[in-house]
Ligand binder design. Structure first.
Ligand code: 6R9
Length: 635
């Protein structure tokens, strides 16, 4: 089991050096020893970042579900694979063993086949955090269909765009979903989306809320009777290592969402290997990641990474505040969770509550705490460390992205000494670089720059669905022969990395990446709006909140401002979803623009953050006079 489980710092440095000196030999050894392949690769790695083209384990054949399920049956058949913790604590949790998971996935796979789904077809999954969600994506992988999970908080518009972008033939959804004391009409959202999606022939509906919904004849069917009738075994489709496993959409700084394409072999190897090390997972541990499977964190570290290691992974349907702010701690106590992985926005919200919510629960099972999604501020880090980890459980501040597939910069718990707000050191095999604005690598320590990755790693996204040029232009053009992350970072005196945040037009609100362009597009569709610009400003729970500057058309000038604000947010909710609503809206007569017509967001960001002391040089603006007007009328 060489190199698979890092146990001390010296070993980390030793294995890291090995992984960087000879990446192919390193990953070959990991892949060979810890996974089930139907056929071994002809070549471990080929790459050319100028095209960009990257292949790992070319020529190899496998099925990822054999690695995540079948191969565990002999030794771990009765072991719990998934613990489902429902939204309502009064409803009983479900323990799904590896045997049961095998049966469920096979049945679902057979149902998909019956509906005509074949290898390479795209399947849209729009489900809440119920077992059917994990089962459906594994069922797709079983038959070689490409899953495209759309977070079940997205609006019908956002759903329709994603279904059409990747030509999904079928949608798997549920009647409704629970979120705290609310329930949401998911099927209604799907019905509305499908008015714009002529390519969808089938909709399979899981029953969750038992709400009354409309079933369209010939298109919609209840899922459960189909599963009951299906056969509980399904021969896995043999896939090439580079066959696509899934598409997952992420927001870009411009226009349409980007359908990041992940492939099978490299993704499996890297997510499994990082899971094992970053959470120091041991047999019989119970691991809980609070993310939604609608995001990459859920794909890699609720489903694929844990199951590839034969782990027990918790799927939580609810929210941290229901029935009260003690829910996370109650769940940790109830299932004796050993590794707990959540987001800074949740930590900040919980840190605002009475400490009794935490203290009333026995958290002594915890061994490792994780953080992901955005920079964790020092206050939140200490609160998490003191009150949840009781200063005994190391915090792994894990930096990575939808595009990277797996964790990239992170401490290894009980191995890497942690420092608040630092993601610390690159994971095994990861070669980060900091670049200056001219595109040169900044060497040495105590430096700051734009974060790039110099060398391919197995789980990197291979393309953007249907738009390889955009993939190249977004990630591989700014810094020649490097993958550009879109983040800024600094490297301190000992070589630890601290991520400072996005350097592009993506704003992270409560851990959700929001591109400014689609929100502005949504606002601009309002009949009274002429133009708009969105920036982020610091928010003590959400990390960032959104501030919108809106120019009205003449016809809008006479309208009531509060009504307009509500309508604009309604417009955003319909186009993107409630997560993108604006906290503040200021009506302005103009936006500061450069002579080439670009909005100077830097100035707008400063004004929104109440920091107008040093706005920099505004004399080059096309319309410098609007700056003072905006400052005078700030909301
Ligand atoms: C996994 C995930 C990616 C962006 C990324 C960065 C931010 C994520 C972070 C972090 C600081 C961390 N980010 N983890 N920033 N420290 N530990 O979140 O993927 O949704 O694609 O977001 O999130 O800005 O570029 P994704």
């Amino acid at each position: 089991m060489s190199n698979y489980h890092i146990k001390h710092l010296e070993e980390y440095f030793q294995v890291y050096r090995k992984s960087v000196r000879n990446p192919e030999a390193f990953w070959e050894e990991i892949a060979e020893e810890h996974f089930l392949w139907r056929k071994k690769w002809d070549k471990v790695l080929s790459w050319d970042f100028s095209k960009p083209e990257v292949t790992w384990f070319e020529g190899a054949q496998l099925n990822i579900t054999e690695n995540c399920i079948d191969r565990h049956l002999a030794t771990r058949g009765e072991k719990t694979a998934i613990i489902f913790e429902p939204n309502n604590p009064e409803e009983e949790a479900q323990h799904i063993s590896y045997y049961q998971l095998h049966d469920k996935v096979c049945r679902m796979a057979n149902v998909l086949k019956e509906k005509g789904i074949q290898k390479g077809d795209r399947v849209c999954v729009y489900l809440p955090m119920i077992p059917e969600l994990a089962v459906t994506i594994l069922a797709c992988a079983r038959i070689g269909a490409i899953h495209s999970v759309v977070f079940a908080g997205f609006s019908s518009n956002a759903l329709a765009t994603r279904i059409n972008d990747s030509d999904c033939k079928i949608v798997i959804t549920s009647d409704g979903s629970y979120r705290g004391n609310k329930s949401i009409d998911l099927k209604g959202i799907v019905d509305k989306a499908l008015e714009e999606c002529p390519g969808v022939a089938h909709v399979l509906v899981a029953k969750r809320t038992k709400s009354t919904i409309e079933m369209k004849n010939g298109r919609d069917e209840w899922l459960q009777p189909l599963l009951d009738a299906a056969y509980g075994d399904c021969v896995p489709e043999i896939m090439d290592a580079e066959d696509p496993l899934f598409i997952l959409y992420t927001s870009g700084s411009t226009g349409r969402p980007k359908g990041m394409v992940h492939t099978t072999g490299g993704y499996m190897v890297y997510t499994a290997y990082t899971f094992k090390n970053v959470f120091q997972y041991r047999e019989n541990d119970v691991y809980w990641c609070t993310a939604d499977i609608g995001w990459i964190t859920g794909h890699s570290y609720i489903v694929y990474g844990p199951l590839a290691n034969g782990a027990t992974t918790v799927m939580f349907e609810g929210v941290p505040s229901y029935p009260d702010f003690g829910r996370f701690w109650e769940v940790i106590e109830k299932h004796k969770v050993n590794q707990f992985y959540t987001a800074p926005t949740a930590i900040r919200a919980l840190a605002k509550q009475n400490l009794e919510f935490v203290e009333n629960h026995d958290l002594s099972s915890l061994k490792v705490l994780g953080s992901v999604g955005e920079p964790i501020n020092e206050e939140a880090w200490h609160w998490y460390n003191n009150n949840v980890g009781k200063k005994k459980s190391p915090i792994v501040d894990t930096w990575w992205q939808t595009e990277t597939g797996g964790i990239m910069i992170t401490p290894i718990p009980y191995v890497t000494p942690t420092t608040p707000t630092y993601a610390t050191l690159p994971f095994i095999g990861i070669q980060p670089a900091l670049m200056d604005e001219e595109g040169h690598e900044i060497m040495g320590n105590q430096v700051e720059g734009r974060l790039c990755i110099k060398f391919p790693w197995p789980s990197m996204a291979r393309t953007i669905w249907g738009d390889h040029d955009r993939y190249r232009d977004t990630y591989f053009t700014a810094y020649k022969n490097n993958y550009f992350t879109g983040d800024g970072a600094l490297r301190d005196a000992v070589g630890y990395y601290r991520i400072t945040g996005r350097v592009d037009d993506v704003i992270i609100v409560s851990g959700h990446n929001l591109g400014t362009a689609p929100i502005e597009d949504a606002i601009n569709e309002h009949p009274a709006v002429a133009e708009s610009a969105i920036v982020g400003f610091p928010h003590d729970v959400k990390g960032n909140a959104l501030y919108g500057y809106v120019i009205l058309k003449e016809t809008g000038e006479t309208r009531d401002r509060d009504n307009l604000r509500n309508e604009i947010n309604q417009q955003i909710t319909e186009h993107i979803g409630p997560i993108a609503k604006l906290d503040k809206i200021q009506f302005v007569s103009g936006l500061p623009k450069t002579r080439s017509g670009k909005i100077m967001r830097r100035i707008l960001r400063k004004i929104a953050s109440n920091d107008v002391s040093n706005l920099g040089d505004t004399s080059t603006l096309l319309n410098p006079e609007v700056v003072q007007e905006i400052i005078d009328n700030v909301v």
